[in-house]
Design a protein around this ligand. Structure first.
Ligand SMILES: *Cc1c(COP(=O)(O)O)cnc(C)c1O
Length: 402
């Protein structure tokens, strides 16, 4: 699919909107720029020089995204047999994969064992019993509970062992003859507080000490995901990286033979894609005091590629594609998706937008993470089509990659 234009995704989107201006078929679409993916990889490695990225496949599992990352040499965080199959199918060595789901179906665990994927996370005694039976040669990573009350999507209720439980789990693993090689955590997706990383890294140091105390050869620290996806969001990635680097220097000083990895998802994928959606219907409502409120019905929504909006709880303003006067009056607006379902809205609140019409386009940047992977065709509305583009340099990298 990828063409080879040296154009940004935004330019390609605007061109396509112009081409569709005479048409009645204004279906939603996305354009992804794989060059952005490569530059995010570069930015990650530059800011966190001691950390090897293992990209979290669930966030955007497009074959193009995975191929580019495989060629760039990242590792991969997989959470199911299908994700393992996808990544192994690209020729990625099993040693570059971590199966980072602490609660695995037995058949998926057996698949990992058969295909030589050794790094697995766990956070319970029951998981250890399963691993001892079905994948005794695994190199286990103990997933720790973290404080994540300030993250957009919290994970600590579902995953992670508390520090108090770790001593017992490490002993149980040893008694079952299993090798624990490290510790991991996830501060929650869209982490708002960089100090969550410092606290979690300090907790991991305690787990390393406990592990060594019962005879495990602890050598791998996995700092998970949670890095910001939308460019310009707070806290800045660079600030987060400084906190992480300082915490690593303090708790896991260099030169001790330690390997540090991370599982970034949205940081890599979010800025890659730009989405364009069309207004298919509109209503104006008079509110008390005579103020106008506008309801816009779009041809994409919660059941398509925009599910992440309600989960993130932060309204993201679209770019309006329309010639408007320099300071157009703004109205409180509600954005609805195309289905008959009442839950099908973009945000749980009003946003301020100018007056628009049926047939007008809205553009949403930073739509590459947790979008198409979560979409459905509910109510007969197919999600936005996607086209990936890349420049000549990346194209030749892919051609020479094994
Ligand atoms: C989802 C997930 C990630 C990626 O999280 P981001 O916030 O997108 O960086 C990393 N690790 C694990 C275990 C995950 O479940």
């Amino acid at each position: 699919i990828p063409l080879g234009p040296e154009e940004s995704a935004m330019e390609v989107v605007l061109k396509k909107i112009r081409e569709l201006s005479d048409s009645d078929h204004r279906d939603p679409f996305m354009v992804g720029d794989l060059g952005v993916l490569a530059s995010r990889h570069q930015a990650f490695c530059q800011a966190l020089p001691r950390v090897s990225p293992f990209y979290a496949v669930k966030c955007n599992s497009s074959p193009w995204v995975l191929r580019v990352l495989a060629a760039l040499g990242t590792g991969f965080d997989c959470a199911s047999q299908v994700e393992l199959e996808q990544v192994l199918g690209l020729g990625v060595a099993p040693s570059r994969i971590i199966y980072a789901h602490p609660c695995k179906p037995v058949s998926h665990l057996q698949y990992a064992a058969r295909h030589g994927v050794q790094l697995l996370t766990f956070d319970s005694e029951e998981e250890l019993t399963k691993v001892a039976q079905h994948h005794p040669g695994a190199r286990l990573i103990l997933r720790l509970w973290t404080e994540d009350s300030q993250s957009l999507i919290r994970m600590s209720a579902k995953f992670g062992a508390s520090l108090e439980l770790c001593g017992h789990l490490l002993k149980s693993a040893r008694d079952l003859g299993l090798a624990v090689v490290g510790a991991s955590f996830h501060v929650g997706s869209g982490c708002q507080n960089p100090h969550s990383f410092a606290q979690a890294i300090a907790d991991c140091r305690r787990v390393f000490e406990m592990g060594r105390g019962v005879g495990h050869d602890m050598s791998l620290l996995d700092i998970g995901g949670g890095f910001p996806g939308v460019e310009g969001s707070e806290p800045e990635f660079e600030k987060m990286a400084r906190v992480i680097n300082a915490a690593l220097a303090q708790d896991f000083p260099e030169g001790t033979g330690m390997e540090v990895i991370a599982e970034p998802g949205r940081f890599y994928a979010a800025p890659v894609c730009v989405a364009a959606v069309n207004i298919i219907a509109k209503k104006a409502v008079l509110q008390p005091g005579g103020h106008r409120k506008l309801l816009y019905y779009l041809n994409e929504g919660h059941y398509g590629t925009f599910r992440v909006f309600l989960r993130d709880h932060v309204p993201r303003m679209p770019i309006v594609v329309k010639e408007l006067c320099s300071k157009p009056p703004l109205f409180p607006c509600i954005l609805y998706g195309p289905t008959c379902d009442a839950f099908d809205t973009f945000f749980n609140e009003e946003v301020q937008l100018p007056e628009l019409d049926v047939g007008d386009w809205l553009i949403f940047p930073s739509m590459g993470a947790y979008t198409s992977v979560m979409s459905s065709t509910f109510n007969g509305f197919p999600p936005a089509s996607i086209c990936y583009i890349m420049g000549a340099e990346l194209r030749s990298l892919l051609e020479t990659a094994p």
